[in-house]
Design a protein around this ligand. Sequence first.
Ligand SMILES: Nc1nc2c(ncn2[C@@H]2O[C@H](COP(=O)(O)OP(=O)(O)O)[C@@H](O)[C@H]2O)c(=O)[nH]1
Ligand SMILES: [Mg+2]
Length: 361
Amino acid sequence: MQIGIIGYPYSGKTTLFQTISQIHIDLSSTNKKDANQAIVKVPDERLDKLTDIFNPKKKVNATIDFVDFAGFQNVEHKGGIFNTQFLTKAKTMDAIVHVVRGFQDDSIPHILENINLERDIQNLEDEFILADLAFVETRLEKLSKDLMKQKSKDEAEKEIAEMNRWKDNLENNTPLRNLTFDENNLKFLKNYQPLSAKPLLIALNLAEQDVKNKEEILKNISAKFKTDAIDIVLFFAKIELELSQLEAEEKELFMQDYGLEGSPLGRLIQSAYNLLGLQSFFTVGEDETRSWTIKKGMTAQESAGVIHTDFYNKFIRAEVVSYEDFIREGSMAKCKEKGLFRLEGKEYIVHDGDILNIRHS
Ligand SMILES: Nc1nc2c(ncn2[C@@H]2O[C@H](COP(=O)(O)OP(=O)(O)O)[C@@H](O)[C@H]2O)c(=O)[nH]1
Ligand SMILES: [Mg+2]
């Protein structure tokens, strides 16, 4: 899974990226054009506990790819401020984190001069819509030429209908993530990856002095922007980067002082899992304990396929114990005794925290 971090220059994107990746980046570096990229382990206390119990050779966390985009400039191109390079890369992301600047610092001016959370959130949404509209218009031109050439007429007509539906909505400032998609038009969504359809995480980078009224800010912004496909999270880029580099005990003290809980990474991942409808299952053994990310509603066979395509093709049964049962009983043997160790077929819907062992031919 890939998550892209975008936003205006000097909003705190790279500071957030450093906090979650623990990669040091020289912020004064002039090379701001390239995107930074890191594969980040998804923290999961349940996996840590399983690892303590099984004492395997290695522990493997599920991972997420974070991409820290260079800040976009307010330079207009056809269809908005994003250039082709940005659009091409942004479209491959599964979700977008929009870092919105809430801190005032006169030595680092905001490119729009003052601080205004709502304006910045709305501006990005407008730019997504403009970019998608430009795409749809180009696509419609191409399709009408195909029609004249009598090339795959049926297909072209179907797509024209769908592109016009997108166009009408975009022209009314409705992002594509608000539309419903059926089996037939889902393929256009998958192929074209329009930006206004992407799950969006609005990450408000607040100032130190906002710590005390952070709940109120969150409530206000949520009331205006939160939907099923948009979530709002808070972070304090500067403090939380410093905190992330402290030893556990010291960190705990400072966090209490600031009234902060968890980490920016934890907040982002929880929110991303919710938005994208994701959950985890585990595999355990002497060699490794491992967490895996799947979509909610996936079957045992589909989940086996995430481990290995062979496991999907040669699936026989899944041995299943829930994490809670296992921890409470303390061993697989006890779980078997109590009938908590189950054999499930390929249609079984995997639950968050299931410990799976796939039997295959
Ligand atoms: N005072 C203050 N400065 C910050 C905060 N977050 C980021 N900065 C500073 O703002 C500058 C730009 O941050 P950076 O993360 O590089 O922003 P980017 O351009 O969005 O990647 C750096 O000098 C940061 O140290 C913050 O919460 N408070
Ligand atoms: Mg940056």
